[in-house]
Design a protein around this ligand. Structure first.
Ligand code: TA6
Length: 308
């Protein structure tokens, strides 16, 4: 019996529910995280014009970019992973400490091989904690003789009340490719980066941690990354917003993309080897303005490391 579109759509969404109105929703189309709610507050931006037709990439949440970042002569912009249906490897499961975990996977198939003729297997483990969302990614090359090279990036759309009030730490001194200025290379001089115009920058060799201020309800978001050397900062502002059919002309003030990835230094994966990377998003409230380190309490560090 053919699976109806409705049935397909219905079985395309997986919800991790930790209780206390803290949930994470993943669409199997691209294993795109389409919602992360902490105490009933949505942390991620999804456009009101986003398409959920199971074909186009979802405009918002956290699309999974692989094996190509950006334009691609062999296939779709930002690769095929975000427009391919993933498999639910392990359904949501409550862990001993109350956290909820689920595992998704993607393997090569006729469609992917028609674009990129390599065998691969990706596992994507998501863990929903009280105020944190953990992403653990493994890429495996099962081939006996062929290596392959790939980009990988988590295209995180943060929901913000007003992007002009956001500040991003951890980019000072880093070189960046500015896609708004013919991909010229510059060096960031600011202690905190702000966004007040069309911004599309690939920051290279960035530190493991960024703090974004003034996200939902004035809180802060800590992004901690491992084995993701680059950070992309993007906001389409006025003109680019109008060019996107799945993005409202008035929505740019309410989103900020801070994307951890392997962009400028693609990963080479030898036969029979694996690559791992991870990201942790932590929403926190801190009375101190910019210097998040003064918010750091001992137990934060112990908590952070227990899953690595
Ligand atoms: O990650 C930033 C970026 O590469 C921008 O250049 C912009 O194109 C954005 O991604 C969105 O790309 P998309 O293919 O989703 O329209």
């Amino acid at each position: 019996m053919a699976t109806t579109a409705a049935a397909m759509a219905a079985t395309s969404v997986v919800v991790l529910d930790r209780g206390n109105n803290t949930t994470c929703t993943i669409n199997l189309h691209g294993a795109t995280v389409v919602s992360w709610r902490v105490n009933n507050q949505e942390q991620l931006f999804v456009s009101k014009l986003a398409s959920f037709d199971g074909k186009k990439a979802i405009r918002g949440g956290i699309p999974f970019v692989f094996p190509q970042f950006g334009a691609w002569s062999f296939g779709p912009q930002h690769g095929f992973a975000r427009i391919t249906r993933w498999h639910l490897e392990r359904p949501p499961d409550r862990l001993h400490n109350g956290d909820v975990e689920a595992i998704f996977s993607l393997m090569d198939n006729d469609f992917t091989r028609s674009i990129w003729n390599y065998q691969f297997r990706i596992t994507y483990r998501l863990i929903l904690r009280e105020k944190e969302l953990h992403f653990h990614i493994g890429v495996y090359n099962p081939s006996k003789e062929l290596s392959f090279t790939f980009n990988m990036l988590l295209h995180t759309y943060l929901k913000v009340p007003d992007v002009r009030r956001c500040q991003i730490t951890g980019l000072q001194g880093c070189h960046f490719i500015d896609k708004t200025r013919e991909n010229a290379l510059y060096q960031e001089g600011r202690e905190v980066v702000t966004v007040n115009e069309w911004t599309d920058r690939i920051y290279q060799h960035t530190p493991q941690e960024h703090v974004i201020t003034n996200v939902v309800s004035g809180r802060k978001m800590r992004l901690h990354k491992y084995n993701f050397p680059d950070t992309v900062i993007w906001n389409p502002w006025v003109d680019r917003s109008r060019e996107m059919s799945d993005f409202g002309d008035d929505e740019f003030p309410n989103m900020l993309c801070v994307e951890a990835g392997n962009v400028t230094s693609p990963v080479i994966l030898l036969p029979g080897t694996a690559f791992e990377a991870s990201q942790i998003l932590q929403q926190f409230k801190c009375p101190y303005t910019i210097d998040p380190s003064s918010c750091r309490k001992k137990n934060y560090l112990t908590n952070f490391l227990q899953y690595d």
